[in-house]
Ligand binder design. Structure first.
Ligand code: ATP
Ligand code: MG
Ligand code: FE
Length: 332
């Protein structure tokens, strides 16, 4: 069984081939057009997907050493994501599947981020809790089986990746700033400055307060010293990152306790953060958790995770029809 999987939900155009449950490749074209705008511009994302999609798919099929006729199904991200961006991948998948006479598999992008854990060893065992932290989402998910997942907590406003990126923007760093905040934080003192921890009810999060806190903090300090940011970049980044990770971990610990689960996974782009990884490892020692972190290339947007999800849906015979359309705010 060979499945072609396509990802086009945001600013990565990606294709992957999975053969009998084994990922053969993961071709990713990252869009650089957005850098100068300090964020993803939806219209430009759609156009870039149009340009990159066929070369990326061609490369996936040819490097897998298979022919188009060897494909058993075509999978694609149906949502959540940018409508115009999703439309490019969905339309291509439908035409391609129709032309080849093979079934279509629609995949939920957030489910796929979690199923990235099944690409390589070690694999978590069910039930596990996955903290999905990305540019658009922050969710605590109780994963009962490959395709059976329940959101037990989530952000009520900004995603944590957004908080990283907005902080970076206030500090004058280029987009996406998350990885740069991480880099500077390594050299800084996480206790240099205090930022408020917003406490939401239950297992929910709120990350919109921190950007306002950072904004006012910088405004006041810059009045006294115009070079404040340049002089204290590492300490500011370390302190903000410390606060964000503390908020993430408080609810994760509570979720693990309430659901009596010790298998803990993280997924999404922010799981690349070195402070988050270090703190998870600390907690693993302290609380007896087994912690799972996917390889970096499977943390950010990629088609291999879509292929993995498609594999499990194929095994269950979960296909979709040709009238399928994208869902920008698709639920898990
Ligand atoms: P979603 O999956 O919710 O639709 P997305 O696809 O844009 O959102 P990803 O590509 O999974 O999100 O992740 C991108 C986010 O990860 C960006 O906000 C980026 O700043 C953040 N990020 C990447 N590396 C790091 C890092 N080392 N530290 C902090 N944040 C990081
Ligand atoms: Mg992205
Ligand atoms: Fe994503």
């Amino acid at each position: 069984i060979n499945i072609l999987a396509i990802e086009s939900s945001c600013d990565e155009t990606s294709a992957s081939i999975i053969s009998d449950g084994k990922i053969l490749n993961n071709i990713v074209a990252t869009q650089s057009v957005h850098e100068k705008y300090g964020g993803v511009v939806p219209e430009l994302a759609s156009r870039a997907h149009q340009q990159h999609l066929i070369p990326v798919i061609h490369e996936a099929i040819s490097t897998a050493g298979i022919a188009r006729e060897d494909l058993s199904a075509v999978a694609f991200t149906r949502g959540p994501g940018l409508m115009g961006a999703l439309m490019v991948g969905v339309s291509f998948a439908k035409s391609f599947g129709y032309a080849l006479g093979i079934p279509l598999i629609d995949v939920n992008h957030m489910q796929a981020h979690i199923l990235a854990h099944f690409i390589d060893e070690p694999k978590p065992s069910f039930p596990f809790i996955c903290l999905t932290v990305s540019g658009g989402h922050t969710q605590l998910v109780l994963v009962k089986d490959y395709l059976e997942m329940e959101v037990i907590g989530e952000t009520l406003d900004d995603a944590v990746g957004e908080a990283f990126d907005k902080t970076a923007k206030l500090l004058g760093l280029p987009y996406p700033g998350g990885p740069l905040v991480d880099k500077y934080a390594k050299e800084g003192n996480p206790h240099a400055y205090q930022f408020p921890l917003s406490e939401m009810q239950g297992l929910n999060y709120s990350f919109s307060g921190i950007k306002t806190a950072v904004l006012y903090f910088l405004r006041d300090r810059l009045k006294e010293d115009a070079d404040f940011i340049a002089k204290n970049m590492a300490d500011i980044c370390a302190s903000v990152q410390f606060t964000l990770i503390k908020m993430l971990m408080q609810k994760l610990k509570r979720a693990a306790r309430e659901h009596k689960v010790k298998e803990i996974a993280i997924a999404g782009g922010v799981s690349a953060n070195s402070g988050l990884r270090a703190e998870l490892n600390n907690l693993a020692g302290e609380l007896g958790w087994k912690v799972y972190v996917p390889k970096f290339e499977y943390c950010t947007d990629n088609a291999a995770m879509i292929a993995m999800a498609a594999h499990y849906k194929y095994l269950k015979g979960e296909f979709c029809e040709l009238d399928v359309s994208p869902i920008a705010k698709m639920k898990l």
